[in-house]
Design a protein around this ligand. Sequence first.
Ligand SMILES: Nc1ncnc2c1ncn2[C@@H]1O[C@H](COP(=O)(O)OP(=O)(O)OP(=O)(O)O)[C@@H](O)[C@H]1O
Ligand SMILES: [Mg+2]
Length: 319
Amino acid sequence: MNELLVGQPEAIEKILPFVQMHQAGLSPEGRPIGTVLLLGPTGTGKTRTVEALAEVLHGSSKNLLKVDCGEFQMEHEVAKLIGAPPGYLGHRETQAMLNQAKVNSVASDDSDISIILFDEIEKAAPSMTRLLLGILDKATLRLGDNTTVNFERCLIFLTSNLGAKAIQRANKPDFGFEAMLPAPDPTNADKAASIGMGAVRNKFSPEFVNRIDSVITYKPLDRDACGQILDHIFSGFTSLIQHRLGMRGFRIQCTVAARNLLLDQGTSVDFGARELKRTVQRNFIQPVAALVSQGQVPPGATVILDAKSGEFNLLLRHA
Ligand SMILES: Nc1ncnc2c1ncn2[C@@H]1O[C@H](COP(=O)(O)OP(=O)(O)OP(=O)(O)O)[C@@H](O)[C@H]1O
Ligand SMILES: [Mg+2]
């Protein structure tokens, strides 16, 4: 998982024990395998962590059941999750979103663990938080048609941006050059964790907070981490070209100057790796796509991203 998730070692350290406990058959009964809360700034790898775990356990990042709590902000929307009771108007149409078949379908031959992700839990309506409490506490959910869903083989992840702004302020000195980079000071990490948990305690009941087995606070990504993510983006683009274009494929390269400029423009404490992805998209992937669609990149050629005096430019070397 280390290759899939950059700069967040705490995440792997805290998640692995739950997987091992389950694999050893020593997970407690009548509860999910584990409930892990992921806190911290946007674009730092919270969702990526869960996808990476799915990749490691099941061979595909798609083997997870994601519930966007933002879709259940209103009380009446919560019915979509559990389905309407029989006899209720329109009940034929409302199949429960969280049914046993769906939960089981994200396990695989490689592992019987179903990964469930409740994204942005702070947005959930109070009645959804109550349903969630039942899942975390007893590993069951009663549906509208009175059947129950069992979550004992589930590893549950909750993500939230609660406290993220305050964590960022604590990480970011107010002035000077330092203000541009997250400080690597370890006491900052503890401070961030306690700010994050404080925000969670303010929002959720003590019972809810008590059901959480482990909390991971994500760090802002520094330039070094962004450099590694940049390498991932480039190798991803290389395999996409090979996969999609086959014999018509070409090579890509990036000069040191271009790499530095991408990192200058794409390292953002406020938007995390999303800003880096956008920067690469705008300055490299889209211009390359334009050249390809105009038939200007012959098979076997090399497209090189270079930079001079703050501007990107593409060079083409024929095979
Ligand atoms: N630590 C990381 N390691 C590798 N890739 C990362 C990391 N952080 C972010 N990325 C990249 O940036 C993208 C966005 O990250 P992700 O979706 O995990 O953000 P998030 O922390 O869930 O943010 P949000 O709070 O906005 O949901 C990912 O798809 C991934 O490509
Ligand atoms: Mg996310």
